[in-house]
Design a protein around this ligand. Structure first.
Ligand code: SAH
Length: 215
């Protein structure tokens, strides 16, 4: 990494601390994963601005603060099996992979799925397993999960994801339509009860069913 990107990364991490990201393991994962590798070359200089950026298939890589915040709120540890719905660029998955035991990630756009898979290999993140499909249904062959993170906004919380959580497990998902204010919701499973907490207002691309084979 050239020194100006390194400087910008350090400035961004300092800003995230000021904004309330205090989990050292999360900050370390953000320091280790090269965000510039998950975006197009023409955007490289903006890799460490605290902004969402466009990726292929008209999707976005989330703002670093939101990645850090959602990761912190998920309370991941090294023993956890984690599912991410919405691989996108693969950046959030790479951050999670540093913090958990095994990370499963599902994407509905083939070009994004393929590019992200290559990145996980390049970064030697061998605990990541990818799937091309509709993540709203979760991953039946791999459930139950200690943690689930959805990185696209649902109109509501898909039941199938709730029931793929282990007892005591946590799901984080942005909820709300494209025209309304969305919020990050954190759900904690206690048996067949689900404790729901509303966190920050956000803006995410939609969680959609069906799969898309080309860009
Ligand atoms: N976590 C990503 C964010 C990408 S934006 C990153 O770090 O870059 C959200 C992604 O969710 C998009 O790529 C979109 O195609 C995907 N998505 C939306 N609905 C989905 C679904 N039902 N199953 C799987 N992926 C979905």
């Amino acid at each position: 990494m050239n020194s100006s990107l390194e400087d910008k990364k350090n400035q961004l991490l300092a800003k995230l601390r000021k904004q309330g990201i205090s989990d050292e393991a999360v900050l370390e994962a953000l320091a280790e994963i090269p965000r510039e590798d998950f975006i197009a070359d023409y955007l490289r200089a903006q890799a460490y601005e605290n902004a969402a950026l466009p990726i292929e298939s008209e999707q976005t890589i989330s703002q670093p603060f939101i990645v850090a915040y959602m990761t912190q709120e998920l309370r991941v540890d090294k023993s956890h099996k984690v599912l991410e719905v919405g691989t996108g660029s693969g950046y959030q998955a790479a951050v999670l992979a540093k913090l958990c035991k095994r990370l499963f990630t599902i994407e509905r756009h083939m070009p994004l799925h393929k590019t992200a898979e290559e990145m996980f290999k390049k970064l030697r993140l061998f605990n990541v397993t990818t799937l091309f499909g509709n993540g709203m249904r979760g991953w039946k062959e791999q459930e139950p999960f200690d943690r689930i993170m959805v990185t696209a906004a649902g109109e509501d919380i898909p039941d199938e994801l709730l029931y793929q959580l282990k007892d005591g497990g946590i799901l984080i998902i942005p909820v709300g339509g494209q025209e309304e204010t969305q919020h990050i919701i954190r759900v904690t499973r206690h048996g067949d009860d689900f404790d729901v907490k509303t966190l920050l207002p956000v803006k995410f691309v939609p969680l959609l069913s069906g799969i898309v084979h080309s860009s």
